[in-house]
Design a protein around this ligand. Structure first.
Ligand SMILES: Nc1ncnc2c1ncn2[C@@H]1O[C@H](COP(=O)(O)OP(=O)(O)OP(=O)(O)O)[C@@H](O)[C@H]1O
Ligand SMILES: [Mg+2]
Length: 337
């Protein structure tokens, strides 16, 4: 095969690709490679362009053995990214050269990392109620076997722990269902003010601490939106409950619903403890909690905002959270009207 044919092939490759001679001088670079490193790579020394001992070793092994060699490289360009590099010796064509290609595998590595973090988080969340259930069962089988009062107390604790596990499993299931149908637009018509009024009524009855704290202001004659009633209930229940849960008893939570151009905007303002800026970008991650102990004590799974984000994506809505420590939080949801 002639050299110019190699060059055409390299130009046609979608990933960064270079042809080098046996002294590692660059003969040709496709546009993906020039975008990655710099323009005008032909004629430059490969070692100067990519100062990576791992890459040089890969090249020399490919030349020595005549086989395809691969290695992983972390390139610190604008941001660190991991590439699978491969070097193949192109011999027997009258001009000895090496084809060097790079494939960006950062997304795969990130996906694998987040999968294993997720499994570790789920196991950790399940382990603590399970450990306490095992302890209670042992006590009931042993020292508290005949003690009726202690038994009632322990049964109450068991009830709490099983509820916590059941909530966790329920949230995980709804998250995975949402992920599966995120690209399907929702069906149904929902009147947001009515839905939010119902949520406030239910929340007010759920805990004495939540009674008479939410003040709702809704514009008249808001059009219904296209959406899934149950999913939107989950969104606003979580957001309003967060506002109540992460602020002092008796402080007010203001909810406003109004039309803004062709959208319906819902804002939820609390005078709570607030959230420090470094936490804000991570709040919608699964299991992310600012104060783990506090959220758990309040029966939270840390999945509420992750579920909220998925539901809003499906509804082509947006969520934004502004907050200041000691002042409170301001959450807004925008939904297409
Ligand atoms: N209004 C708020 N004020 C202060 N902190 C908040 C507020 N809303 C959310 N947070 C913080 O964000 C974290 C994540 O919220 P999210 O709703 O996802 O989980 P959760 O409330 O802990 O659990 P769950 O929603 O499953 O009951 C909370 O643990 C809390 O630390
Ligand atoms: Mg929550």
């Amino acid at each position: 095969m002639q050299n110019h044919v190699y060059l055409n092939i390299v130009d046609a490759l979608p990933h960064p690709a270079l042809i080098l001679d046996y002294e590692y001088k660059i003969q040709n670079a496709n546009s993906a490679a020039e975008n990655l490193f710099e323009a005008g790579l032909a004629g430059l020394d490969f070692v100067r362009v990519l100062r990576q001992p791992g890459a040089i070793e890969c090249l020399s092994k490919a030349v020595k053995t005549g086989e395809l060699k691969t290695c992983d490289l972390v390139l610190h360009l604008q941001t660190p990214r991991t590439y699978k590099a491969s070097a193949a010796s192109l011999v027997g064509a009258g001009c000895d050269s090496i084809l060097f290609t790079l494939i960006d595998i950062s997304a795969e590595i990130d996906a694998e990392k987040s999968r294993s973090t997720f499994v570790a988080n789920v196991s950790h969340e399940l382990r603590s109620p399970l450990t306490s259930l095992m302890g209670i069962v042992e006590t009931l089988q042993g020292p508290a076997r005949e003690d009726v009062k202690a038994r009632d107390n322990f049964l109450g604790l068991m009830h709490g722990e099983t509820q916590r596990m059941s909530r966790l499993v329920g949230d995980l299931l709804s998250l995975s269902k949402l992920e599966a149908k995120e690209h399907l637009p929702p069906k149904g018509e929902v009147g947001i003010p009515r839905l939010i009024r119902q949520i406030i009524a239910v929340l007010s009855e759920s805990k004495p601490d939540y009674k008479n704290r939410v003040v709702l202001t809704a514009s008249d004659d808001l059009p219904p939106i296209t959406g899934d009633r149950d999913e939107l209930t989950e969104v606003f229940q979580n957001l309003i409950e967060n506002a109540l849960k992460y602020s002092e008893p008796k402080t007010q939570v203001e909810v406003q619903i109004f039309q803004a151009e062709d959208t319906i905007k819902i804002t939820i303002k609390d005078k709570g403890e607030g959230i420090a800026p470094e936490h804000l970008p991570r709040l919608t991650e699964r299991f992310y909690r600012v104060d783990k102990g506090r959220s758990r004590d309040a029966g939270g799974t840390g999945l509420g905002l992750a579920i909220t984000k998925h539901i809003l994506n499906r509804h082509r809505g947006r969520l934004s959270i502004e907050s200041a420590v000691g002042v409170g939080s301001f959450v807004s949801v925008v939904l297409p009207a």
